[in-house]
Design a binder for this molecule. Structure first.
Ligand SMILES: NC(=O)c1ccc[n+]([C@@H]2O[C@H](COP(=O)([O-])OP(=O)(O)OC[C@H]3O[C@@H](n4cnc5c(N)ncnc54)[C@H](OP(=O)(O)O)[C@@H]3O)[C@@H](O)[C@H]2O)c1
Length: 250
């Protein structure tokens, strides 16, 4: 039985796509959710689709690292100590190596890797953390494992998420914290639609054809995240779960 009753879960990227669906699915199995993102209107829209009433909306630019401790503290005041994190906030960058500049790498690493690691640090700290097991799920990407043209910065930052989660898992195992990453392939969200819009029709069709089960939906990833947050996954840590509709199996 997968349930998150009486647990407070922080979900970043909750205003759209995978994060939005994670928040909704967490609420359906009993969690109180802190919905973190920048667009309050879309965060409220997510909240309106959730079960239960004990949730809060948090407007936060996640690369403002100096503000994250205070933000976690406010969530704890409102909902209570935190026992789980899904870090799904992220953005896309397709840029050939020749057009890439250092700022682009910094942007990708900041939101995908550093923000996730910092949030994990803050929720595991003293009075912020709930008694019992704390579970951290970082949304990486299949691009952290394979390459595609124009994705050097994005792919490298997702590789960093996978490696960082693994190291954190080993460090935190004795402290009752599990840390895992998930690596989705093509999932139909605004981010993916943006990426596909930059390709020719032929290239986009070619990408889709690489998925024996077809492209994924946000709920496909969200269900795996809920499982990793739950006690059903208490013995799983340091894992990177590839979810790609069979793409990498072929
Ligand atoms: N879709 C795919 O095919 C796919 C595949 C593999 C991995 N992923 C990963 O899955 C995660 C979610 O992607 P998605 O497809 O759900 O994207 P999405 O629909 O574009 O949603 C991205 C979310 O991230 C938030 N966000 C972005 N930058 C932020 C920042 N600096 N501070 C705070 N919030 C920020 C956005 O918040 P606001 O809109 O409120 O600003 C939004 O809620 C990303 O890490 C992405 O790399 C996606």
């Amino acid at each position: 039985m997968i349930e998150l009753g009486n647990r407070v879960i922080m979900v970043t990227g909750a205003s759209s796509g995978i994060g939005r669906e994670c928040a909704i699915q967490c609420s359906r199995v009993g969690a109180s959710v802190a919905l973190v993102g920048r667009d309050v209107g879309r965060l409220e829209e997510t909240r309106s689709r959730m079960s239960g009433a004990r949730h809060c909306v948090v407007r936060q630019e996640l690369t403002a690292f100096g503000e994250l401790g205070g933000m976690v503290g406010r969530v704890v005041e409102e909902l209570g100590p935190v026992s789980g994190l899904v870090h799904s906030a992220g953005s896309q960058m397709t840029r050939s190596l020749g057009r890439m500049e250092a700022e682009g790498y910094a942007e990708m690493f900041s939101i995908h890797a550093v923000a996730g690691f910092e949030l994990a640090r803050w929720i595991c700290r003293g009075e912020n953390r709930a008694a019992g097991r704390v579970s951290v799920v970082l949304v990486a990407s299949m691009m952290g494992l394979v390459g595609r043209p124009g994705l050097t910065a994005y792919a490298a930052s997702k590789g960093a998420v996978i490696a960082g989660a693994r190291a954190m898992a080993v460090e935190m195992a004795g402290k009752g914290v599990t840390v895992n990453s998930v690596s989705p392939g093509m999932v139909m969200t605004p981010l993916m639609e943006g990426y596909l819009a930059g390709l020719t029709e032929e290239q986009a069709a070619e990408r889709r054809a690489q998925y024996p089960l077809g492209p994924g939906q946000p709920e496909d990833v969200a269900q795996a995240c809920v499982f990793l947050l739950s006690d059903a996954a208490r013995w799983i840590t340091g894992t990177n779960l590839v979810m790609d509709g069979g793409c990498s199996a072929g």
